[in-house]
Each structure stands twice: as C-alpha cells, then as structure tokens.
Design a protein around this ligand. Structure first.
Ligand code: SF4
Length: 501
C-alpha cells in the first residue's frame, strides 16, 4: 500500500471511545464532555518498576489518551520511552523489558489544544548539571507563561510548550545542588494545580499543590512506595493505599528512605469537586472518599431536592450510573438500563459517513426501546457543558418512545472555565453561563430539569474539611478560584491564564 493510500485509510479510521480506553475522546462530537488532562504514576524500589507503571497507567487511561510514557532509573541507568496513543499501543513487552531500573515515573496525557505533539509527551527528560532529570505532572500552572517569558529573556531555550518544562528550567537554574532544595524553590514560584513527580538517578520526589486541587495518592507494594493520580491504579497492581499526598507536601525518596517535608504552608484546601462528580473512576478514593459512594449520595440528594413522579430512572453511562442508582434508591422508582454505551468500537472501527449517520447509524449510545417506550423517564447526567450532548440523549430517549424525559444533573450549573488542569470551553460556549435554567430545559427538549445545589453537592461528597466549601474547589460553579484567595475577595478568573500543556 502506498503512503497516500495509507494516509487515506487512516483518515477513514476512527479512534474508539470506550471505558478505560478512550472514554473521554470526542471524535465525532457526540460526547460533549470536559476533558481531564493527565494522570501520573510513580514507583520507588521495585525490580518490576516499568511493568508496574504500565499497568498503573492503564488503570489511569481515562485521564488521558493522547500519549503515554514511562521513565525508569536506578543508581546507574536512566531509560525512557514515550509515544502517541493508548498505553497498550505505546508499549510492547520488549519495550518494557528495555526499561530497566527499580524506580519509575510514568504519565498519560490528554492535550488541551492544537496538535498533539510527541515533544510534549511526558515524562519530560532533561540533562542538567547534576545529571538526568525526569518530570511528570498532572495539572496546570497559571503563571507558567510569565515565568517562561522571564526565563527566555534570561537565555533559556524551551523545547516544548509544556508547563512542566518551565519547572525543569527553574530547577536547572537553582543555586542548590540537592534536587529537593531546587524543587522546593521552583514550586514556591509557580501557581496552580498539580501533582508532580521528579526523578533523578536514585531519587524520586512527589509534590502536590498547596490547595490540593489535583488528586495524588501514595501506596505501597512490599517495600516499594508508589504514587498515583488515583487509587484505582494501586488496585490494578495489587498495591495498598497508604494515604493522600497532603497539599503543599514534598516527599523525598532515596537510599536513606522517605522524608516527609513541606514546600508551602497550609492554604485553603480545595480538592477539585469535578473529580467526585465526573472525572475519577468510581473505584477510586479521593482524599479518603469513595467516588461511587459520593456519586450515589449526589443522586439521593438530587431526588430529595427535585423529586418527580416517573416510571424509570436511567443514568447516562458511565459516570452517571452511580448517581442514577442513588436517585432510584431514594425515590423507589426502579433503576433501569435505559441507555447503553457501545464499548467495543475500538481504534480501527470505520466511522460512518454523514449520510449513514443521518440514516440513524448510532455507534456510541443507544436507548433501550423496551425499557423506555411509553414511560416517564428520569435521566440522570453528571453535568451539562454546551448542552449539545444532553439534547441528543433526550432526543434518543424520545425516539425510543419515552413519554416524558425529566433531566436531573448531579452538579450545579457549570458556568466558569477551569484554569486548574481541566480542558473546558470558554465561558460563552458554556450553556449555563448563557441561559437560565428554564432556557436550558427548552434547549435540551426536556420536560423538566434540575441541577444539584452547591449545598447538596457538598453534603453528598461529605468531606469533613472545615475549610471554605468543605475543602472543595467549586470555581466552575461559583467563580471562586481558590488560588486567587490571597489576592482578592470577590474573586474572578481575571488574572488566571490558561497555559498550553
Ligand atoms: S474549576 Fe471546576 S474543574 Fe477546575 S479544579 Fe475547580 S472544581 Fe475542578
């Protein structure tokens, strides 16, 4: 086959969209969902560090599907491999065998904008005066652009458009010889949300942002210490969860063991509420709270706030099923699988032409006619972004014969962009920022609609933090950006800058 033919074939192929292997991709625009940006995984002191990272990354695949990478090291060697695509496509067994060393940091990435570039795939690996340095992060630094411009004026040459490289340059320029001192100084300069892993030969450092915006957990497997964006990655490798990395904490692991230090004093704790609502896997615990259980409680509170008499409750798969079960339990209305997601389309599935789509070829989601026909249906979803997905799903249910469709959303109206590592449209594309609740109901063709209140959401998550908003970031709902807390009351997103990862 010629290159031209191959290119043509590639254009006809479609990257699949199924749970844990690309669920958040939006290749045909059906799922209008927010995109998590990255997942990190780290291992210190295990002879199979590369293989553990592979399985850990696979469990974190829902956090990023554009690229994956693993860097391994011990006292002598430093090896890495990164590639575009899903973890199972980037790595072969042979490739993993080459990644020798008992320490590893690993990464899955979703790119926020523009073309995905291999140069931006992580872990990023640098040579600096103390030797090799690898860095992987989940999150976003909103002052990265300013620091980057300053460093460029001082002569730094950047290879990527990633925030992560900004931190690497700060470390390289530090007067300190010890990595932990240089990291501590660099992190005091940056602002934003992050879970960072740094690795040199024989040393691994983990750090979480001072507000705890992005999740980050520590576990153990035998004598090895592990880190991950979500605890589901520990279950995947048989590791035991120890605790969450604390906001502002710096954990240093080397031949002397683990040192627990801080690089920042305690700030207002602000864990991303969207992790509980939508991003994290139901089997993960974030800050000690199980995701499935908190979503179920959201469904219960939603039912208490906006009961509607109906025949069946259904959830939009996969992230809304837990809340739908909660709603059904609270109301006594039976939970049914009214919507089915096709998980088996895969990466080589041929995308139907526009004509076939118009004729009703549906690949990603189907309504179950026998369940919804002639019924009053409560449809639970976790969020409404632009409103296009909700309209399609309500119409799917109506086409399958639903008599009434009552939409219940397990989060407050999503009105503000995120600057903390979640890819969101601008405010003028967010339907809740542009329309009233009644106008949204009309736009998505629902018989009734209700968004979970902010108070209801916090009650459902059930954090015992005494910080504002029970220790949650709710900025996309209430415009209160926690990293602006020290600069202004009556905060706004002004001054926060989205940077390219
Ligand atoms: S603004 Fe929203 S999506 Fe972003 S960190 Fe806060 S809660 Fe999460």
């Amino acid at each position: 086959m010629s290159h031209g033919q191959q290119d043509k074939l590639k254009q006809q192929l479609w990257t699949g969209d199924y749970y844990n292997e690309g669920v958040t991709h939006d290749h045909d625009g059906f799922f209008d969902k927010l995109k998590e940006e990255c997942g990190v995984f780290g291992v210190f002191g295990h002879p199979e560090a590369a293989h553990l990272s592979y399985y850990g990354l696979h469990a974190l695949q829902h956090r990023g599907q554009e690229s994956g990478g693993i860097c391994t090291s011990d006292e002598e060697e430093f090896n890495y491999h990164r590639g575009m695509g899903l973890v199972k496509e980037v790595f072969t067994n042979e490739r993993l065998q080459e990644l020798k060393g008992s320490n590893a940091i690993a990464h899955v990435r979703y790119s926020t904008s523009g073309e995905s570039k291999l140069a931006n795939a992580q872990p990023l690996v640098f040579k600096y005066r103390e030797g090799d340095l690898a860095v992987a992060t989940n999150g976003n630094l909103h002052n990265a652009m300013d620091i980057r411009k300053r460093l460029e004026r001082l002569g730094s040459i950047f290879q990527t458009s990633s925030d992560t490289e900004v931190v690497a340059h700060l470390i390289a320029r530090s007067p300190y010889d010890q990595l932990e001192d240089a990291v501590r100084e660099a992190l005091r300069e940056v602002k934003g949300a992050y879970a960072f892993l740094f690795m040199t030969r024989g040393k691994l450092i983990a750090a979480r942002d001072p507000n705890g915006l992005r999740p980050f957990v520590m576990g153990k497997l035998g004598d090895a210490i592990l880190f991950a964006s979500e605890s589901c990655a520990f279950d995947a490798v048989g590791a035991e969860y120890i605790r969450d990395v604390q906001p502002g904490e710096l954990l240093v692991l080397d031949q002397n063991g683990m040192r627990e230090e801080r690089f920042a004093s305690k700030q207002r704790q602000s864990v991303c509420a969207m992790e509980y609502i939508y991003f994290a896997r139901p089997d993960s615990d974030v800050d000690g709270i199980n995701i499935h259980s908190s979503r179920k409680r959201m469904g219960k509170v939603l039912a208490a706030e906006a009961f509607v008499d109906a025949d069946v409750v259904t959830g939009v798969p996969d992230s809304s099923i837990s809340a739908a079960i909660g709603f059904a339990e609270q109301t006594g209305i039976p939970y049914e699988l009214g919507l089915i997601k096709n998980r088996y389309t895969g990466r080589t599935f041929i995308q139907p032409s526009q004509e076939l789509r118009e004729q009703g070829v549906k690949m990603k989601l189907s309504a179950v006619r026998k369940v919804v026909e002639g019924k009053r249906v409560v449809m639970i979803d976790d969020s409404i972004v632009r409103g296009t997905t909700s309209l399609r799903i309500v119409n799917l249910l109506r086409e399958a014969g639903a008599k009434e469709v009552h939409v219940r959303i397990s989060s407050p109206p999503f009105m503000n962009p995120c600057f903390y590592g979640i890819d969101t449209p601008s405010r003028n594309e967010l339907i809740a920022a542009q329309k009233s609740v009644e106008e949204i109901r009309q736009a998505i063709n629902a018989d009734s609609i209700h968004f979970l209140s902010k108070e209801g959401l916090l009650e459902a998550i059930g954090s015992d933090s005494t910080d504002k908003n029970s220790g949650m970031c709710l900025a996309c709902f209430d415009n209160d950006y926690p990293t602006m807390a020290d600069t202004s009351e009556g905060k706004s997103s002004e001054g926060l800058v989205e940077s390219t990862k």
